[in-house]
Write a new protein. Sequence first.
Length: 218
Amino acid sequence: MSGFDLGVIIRSLPLLLEGMGVSLLLTVLAIAGGLSLGAVLAVLRLSRLRAVRTFAATYVVLFRSLPLLLLIFWFYFLIPLFLGHPIAGFDAALIAFVLFEAAFFCEIIRSGIQSVRQGQIMAGLATGLPYGAVMRAIVLPQAFRNMVPVLLLQCINLFKSTSLVYVVGVRDFLTAAEIVGTRDHQLTELYVFAALVYFTLCFGGARLVKRLERRYAL
């Protein structure tokens, strides 16, 4: 560590910022897609129809049991064989992230909805409100408060997992750091810098979650 050179980090900031932009873009798109699909799955999980509940539960169990890296490989290497044309690395990673994270978001949303006492739902229905209005006015606001901290933690984990996209050639933040470190023979500096960036962002997010938990507990 005696020859630790901070200059290589400063000189490589444009490439590193470009890689961070890719990581953040993938994170935002995966959260949006995962939350949308997860909300649909959560509704299906709470359906009165057994076949619908079974389908949604099977999806959740399947995708929560598979490694994310394996899904990325599937959509980059295997699925194109059936489609007859390649899938871009970023697109393959995004599809894998959305399908994978939807299974986790589904359970978070479902648990949040079920955390609202059934008596409040019955009371809302007894006043003459339709079921949809009860969900919008009574259930979902409380459920959202209950699930926000857990959703944020899952989003933090998703951001950290974006480093896996190096396997399909996507130049995210960690891949950019590795490219620079290998090119300049200064991997130590770039890996330490990458670790500090990931730690700062994730630790800051975790502290925010703790503050939200204390606020909502009141």
